[in-house]
Design a protein around this ligand. Structure first.
Ligand code: PFF
Length: 459
């Protein structure tokens, strides 16, 4: 009896570690910063609805598939794909999923680290009292002056990368999962409190309508692709990160159950962040479509006009930075573990090499906000292009390949072996979604969204 109880408890503890680590990898800037500005730019509720549908019918089945791959392969994404394709009797070309993931992860981290650097900078700005009784104008000017200073951006980005380096090099994943367990409840409490505060001082009605009352005429074809891409981005899939975390999946626990918990928490955080940001945006008459600065302009204004706002604000940006750190670790992991295992390198050395690559790539993003501000490629700034190519193209392409491989190439018995706790109905539904909805769905969205865009670019 006792033994049974003990092993049950241990099982739960392990599955909570997995859920906490994975939630740490998924909740990040994508929820707190990107979701709101994308919703703002793409017409609000119709975008949010499209995003939620993409999460449930496309991204979630792919996330389960990626975790299954990790749990089967238990190695870096490239070796995992080599081993599972060998087991499935499929071509070794499927390794491209691993390669693509490593490259996409580094590219995403190159700009992710720059934005996380803004988060660090804002901790200092708030503690220094820069926003006390601030006007929206002052808040906007402060953001623009940060963007205009490449040397500052480089320093903050370097600090962020250094912290990631330490975590990945020392292999303190356990520490991360423990920290995530502490951080998550705190993040929820803080976001709920902020949403309540901003609904009182701001225009809650306008915000709720904007986020929840769909106007489908506001949803452009391109917006659908952005919604799809963001579903992949926010759940950290298509980069090999979930394969890395899948290697730690505990036995005898339902993978679909654990993944659903993670998805639910991730979605809640995004919605709460939207409810904290938009009431302020509307009461200040700010343009919801102002772009990447939305959170960095609206929130400091809100804090600046709140009692003890300096401290709450600094705490908020500390949480943003910590959430970014746990996600940054996940972005660096696939490439680092590949380099270390492939060439039998010392793990910290592999991490250093990858960080240097990311740091140099990050300069592209930094300069796109100042000295290269005027440069446009396909009508986008260099930063927007990088974000578009990675989040909206590379991640979904990685996802389609995962769906095709797991859905069509892996044997059913092998999948059942990994998902043996699931009921036959859930298993069937998951495999059906993967085969008939996820992969074709992404391709349809690609064609539908990119065709008009390509047409305008070619003429
Ligand atoms: N999901 C993270 C976020 O929403 O901020 C971003 C991310 C992390 C994407 C890790 C991909 C990844 F592998």
């Amino acid at each position: 009896m006792n033994n049974h109880y003990e092993s049950r408890r241990r099982g739960w503890r392990r599955s909570w570690s997995f859920v906490a680590a994975t939630t740490g990898a998924t909740i990040g800037l994508g929820n707190l910063w990107k979701f709101s500005y994308l919703a703002g730019e793409n017409g609000g509720a119709a975008f949010v609805l499209a995003y939620l549908i993409c999460i449930v019918v496309v991204a979630m089945p792919v996330m389960i598939a990626e975790v299954v791959l990790g749990s089967r392969g238990r190695s870096n994404p490239v070796s995992t794909m080599r081993d599972v394709s060998l087991e499935a009797g499929a071509s070794s070309a499927w390794q491209v999923i691993g390669w693509l993931g490593c490259i996409a992860g580094l590219l995403v981290l190159s700009y992710y680290s720059v934005i996380a650097g803004w988060g660090f900078a804002y901790i200092g700005k708030l503690l220094g009292g820069e926003f006390v009784a601030a006007s929206a104008q002052l808040s906007g000017d402060s953001f623009n002056s940060l963007l205009a200073a490449p040397e500052l951006l480089v320093q903050w980005q370097a600090l962020f990368l250094l912290i990631i380096l330490l975590v990945v090099a020392l292999g303190v994943r356990r520490g991360i999962s423990a920290a995530a367990r502490l951080l998550l409840p705190l993040l929820f409490i803080m976001l709920i409190a902020l949403a309540i505060y901003s609904s009182q001082v701001g225009d809650f009605k306008a915000a709720a309508e904007f986020l929840f009352k769909p106007d489908f005429s506001a949803l452009s074809q391109e917006a659908l692709l952005v919604a799809l891409g963001h579903a992949f981005f926010t759940l950290s899939i298509g980069v090999g990160a979930m394969m890395a975390y899948g290697a730690y999946v505990p036995d005898q626990r339902s993978i679909t159950g654990m993944v659903s918990t993670v998805v639910l928490m991730d979605t809640l955080v995004s919605i709460l962040a939207g409810l904290a940001i938009f009431p302020l945006v509307f009461s200040l008459n700010m343009a919801p479509a102002m772009g990447p600065g939305l959170m960095f302009v609206a929130m400091p204004y809100g804090f600046g006009n709140m009692i003890y706002g300096n401290y709450f604000g600094a705490l908020f940006f500390l949480m943003v930075s910590l959430a970014a750190i746990t996600s940054g670790v996940a972005l660096l992991e696939p490439a680092t573990s590949w380099l270390a295992q492939q060439f039998r390198w010392w793990r910290p050395a592999a991490a250093v090499v990858m960080i240097i690559v990311v740091w140099l790539l990050g300069l592209v993003t930094i300069f796109s906000f100042n000295i290269w501000q005027h440069i446009e490629v396909f009508g986008m700034s260099v930063f927007n292009l990088l974000d578009f190519v990675t989040a909206n193209l590379l991640l979904p392409i990685g996802g389609v390949l995962i769906a095709l491989f797991v859905g069509w190439k892996m044997r059913k018995e092998v999948l059942r072996d990994e998902l043996y706790v699931e009921s036959p109905q859930i298993f069937w539904l998951w495999r059906w979604l993967l085969r008939y909805i996820a992969a074709p769905g992404v391709l349809v969205v690609f064609l539908w969204s990119l065709y008009p865009w390509l047409k305008t670019q070619l003429v």
